[in-house]
Ligand binder design. Sequence first.
Ligand code: ZN
Length: 321
Amino acid sequence: MQTRPLYPPFTVGVDLGGTNTVYAIVDKTGYIIDKASFPTETPSVDVWADMLADGISAMIDRHSLQGDIVGIGIGAPSANATTGSIEGATNLPWPPPVPLANLMEARLGLPVKVNNDANAAAIGEKAYGVAAGMNNFIVLTLGTGVGGGVICNGHLLSGARGFAGELGHITFPFAADRMCGCGRKGCLETVASARGVVETARRLMADSDRPSSLRNLTAEQLTSKAIAEAAEAGDALAKEVFEFTGECLGKAAAEFAAFTDPEAIILFGGVAKAGDLLVEPMREAFGKQTLHLYRDRVRFMISALEGANAALIGAASLPLL
Ligand SMILES: [Zn+2]
């Protein structure tokens, strides 16, 4: 039985990942009414679409919400919001282009909005998170990669093909000696992604013989989460890893501010869980680096969307903007 009041409008969020497809019905407050998942690996994209459509229909029936769902939002890598298709190469089992919106609209008869994870996170923060009421802010997603979602004048910046805001692949001098997965050197992603944080720790350990609990970890155990835990426990070298990462993010944010004059910059994703370890050096570096017009004008925040479900909740917000 339902114990909590539910607030319309209701949407369906879909988080399409390389391993699992997770879907949920979400209410106006970002509350997950019901959630299910299945492995993304299927014989064809049509089989995948059938499984997703059947699952969503059954979930809607189970909660007697037929006619009450205003739309479906799908967060997916390399998604073109304009065409509703996945167009770039991804770690998904099917070759692009994948016409996600058409596939699901044909099966469910509901409007479908598709966007990449970072843009979904930005709209999610506005709909349900720390950016409620804000019309100008930037979300930086710090996970396996680094993404950007930019809300300006109340609108999501999308550009001609929906690829605006790839802030993880803007290059900076502080990363000049790091190779990015995109084939270029110096991208923000090479320092601020989970992999980037691990690389910073690896370099700091190699450059000195300072003691650190991180030296006891195997290569597999040395993750950004383990480094954050060591920093919280007082490990000086681990703290320095996040001071460096935060400083780089602050310098990057100082440049991003000049594009859209944001009220806030919000950190989202696994690496963002480091919280103040990251935000304090970020704020300080931003203050030193940014043009006087933006100094003391930008708030730095950590996403309030519920950790494990953040991407899913972000996707559910897509039909709302
Ligand atoms: Zn890059």
